[in-house]
Design a protein around this ligand. Structure first.
Ligand code: ZN
Length: 497
């Protein structure tokens, strides 16, 4: 009998009917450590019991905001959400949050820890090879935390050992920063523009790479533009065998092909799907790298409907990364003094060069970009309306105009511009990410028993989404951090280290 059962279990495993469970919470949200000497200067609320009184609660589920509440934080957890008239238990530090709102900590789903440098960039936009991607292990975690990002996925790593060690030191309280789902090194094929990525030779190597990095401790994977269908399928299979997920910024593999290969998430919304690109050859990145497909795919077209149905049927998530595309949109908003202030002088100069080139483009190019931008916003809305799980992240790369943390806030503002309500946008940036990560029982929404990963802001982002930029305190595991002190500590450093 036992033998028969064992055979049955083995057969079920072979069929893939019982996907292994991986305890993401144990890895991404380990028990909180007390902030050490390097993190302590940024702590503004250290008491284990805190009452936010007269606060507006935006719970992250998309439900209407609740006015005049008291949120009780007790040893890193949300103990209660009660009427402001209810008494606060003895021993709590009371913070009057009149006029303020509390929302769940943001779950950033395209939150790299690096900066893209362009050696000797000039005002004509020319730079010299190679394209370098310096790690920002000092400035990025602080910028994310200051903006209210309490959990992030690195979504591709150029220094995976650094990212893993960084995560460990943040978890140990040695450094300030958010909870991290560390993604493995990019799973990239041949001919990458990035010399810091390893070019995969074949499917067997893709499998070996996934196994090695999962053994070392990464908790997600990302495929990149030149990966082939066979390599992607092998990587997805190896990741799934361990209960881990794989996303991709694709080009050589189209979205329908990626669904067939078993991908879990697609980065950059619908900007990089190449299924309708002219001259697209199998397993080879097309020249337009998706721009033609997006131009051809009006949100209400049959092609769009078929693609969205395919994604929803296969539970494939889509990550919206609007800020990295924003410079080519009609809604382009240049960086303000707060953002420029955290950049290194060299990063600032490079940004000004790139910005001038964006604003000075010919009218025809601007019009084409505006049309694609409109298609993208419509497709993201249609995907959500069809029941798709849309995630949010800034992708701090591009021409240097997307800054960690600031970009996460901007992404929510652009979702509102896309036609989502502020409450929907906040849900996409919080609970949706937590749901994809398998962490929704712990984070992503405000309810008794959940982790006290919260953002307190001035004003009401449920009616004016821009209020998410006005951060008062970021609570991570119940410890309150001062965003201004975090930002002051990285003045002039983003782009340097
Ligand atoms: Zn990216």
């Amino acid at each position: 009998m036992i033998r028969h059962l064992a055979v049955l279990v083995a057969a079920t495993a072979l069929l893939g009917a019982t996907p292994p469970r991986f305890d993401m919470a144990a890895h991404v949200l380990p028990p909180a450590a007390t902030p050490g000497a390097a993190a302590q200067p940024f702590v503004s609320v250290a008491q284990p019991q805190v009452a936010l009184v007269h606060v507006r609660v935006i719970d992250g589920t998309g439900a209407p905001a609740l006015a005049d509440r008291t949120v009780l934080i007790d040893h890193g957890r949300i103990a209660a959400v009660q009427a402001a008239s209810d008494p606060v238990p003895a021993g709590y530090r009371v913070i009057d949050a009149s006029g303020d709102s509390v929302l769940p900590g943001l779950v950033g789903m395209h939150d790299h820890q690096y900066y893209i440098a362009r050696p000797n960039l000039d005002e004509q936009g020319h730079s010299e090879p190679p394209l370098m991607v310096p790690e920002m292990a000092f400035s990025s975690p602080r910028l994310y935390l200051a903006a209210g990002v309490t959990t992030l996925r690195t979504t591709g790593s150029v220094e995976p050992y650094t990212d893993l060690n960084l995560k460990q030191q943040i978890d140990a309280g040695v450094l300030p920063g958010p909870h991290m789902d560390v993604t493995g090194p990019y799973l990239e094929g041949a001919d990458s523009p990035f010399m810091q990525m390893h070019p995969l030779k074949d499917a067997a190597e893709a499998r070996r790479m996934v196994d090695y990095w999962a053994d070392v401790g990464v908790t997600s994977f990302k495929a990149y533009m030149n990966i082939t269908r066979a390599e992607l399928a092998a990587a997805a299979q190896a990741a799934h065998k361990r209960g881990l997920k794989i996303t991709g910024h694709l080009c050589a593999v189209t979205y329908p092909e990626a669904v067939a290969a078993g991908i879990d998430d697609l980065e950059h919304g619908f900007f990089v799907n190449t299924q309708l690109d002219s001259g697209k050859r199998a397993d080879v990145c097309s020249k337009s790298s998706g721009a033609e497909t997006l131009a051809a795919m009006a949100p209400d077209s049959a092609a769009a409907k078929a693609l969205i149905k395919l994604l929803v049927d296969h539970h494939v998530a889509v990550t919206s990364t609007l800020p990295v595309f924003e410079p080519s949109s009609p809604s382009y908003r240049p960086l303000g003094p707060k953002q420029l202030d955290v950049m290194s002088p060299a990063a600032r100069t490079d940004y000004f060069y790139v910005r001038e080139r964006y604003t000075g483009r010919p009218a025809a190019k601007k019009a084409a970009a505006a049309s694609n931008w409109a298609h993208e916003l419509g497709l993201e809305r249609a995907f959500v309306a069809a029941g798709g799980l849309l995630l949010a992240g800034p992708d701090p790369t591009g021409g240097g105009e997307v800054i960690p943390g600031f970009g996460d806030q901007r992404e929510l503002e652009l979702l509102v511009e896309a036609g989502f309500t502020p409450l929907q946008a906040i849900r996409i940036g919080t609970l949706n990410g937590a749901t994809y990560e398998g962490l929704a029982e712990r984070i992503g929404s405000i309810a008794p028993g959940k982790d006290a990963d919260l953002v307190l802001v001035h004003g009401d982002p449920s009616t004016h989404i821009e209020a998410i930029e006005d951060v008062v305190t970021v609570f991570k595991d119940g410890v309150g951090y001062d965003p201004d002190k975090l930002l002051a500590s990285v003045r002039g450093r983003y782009g340097q280290y």
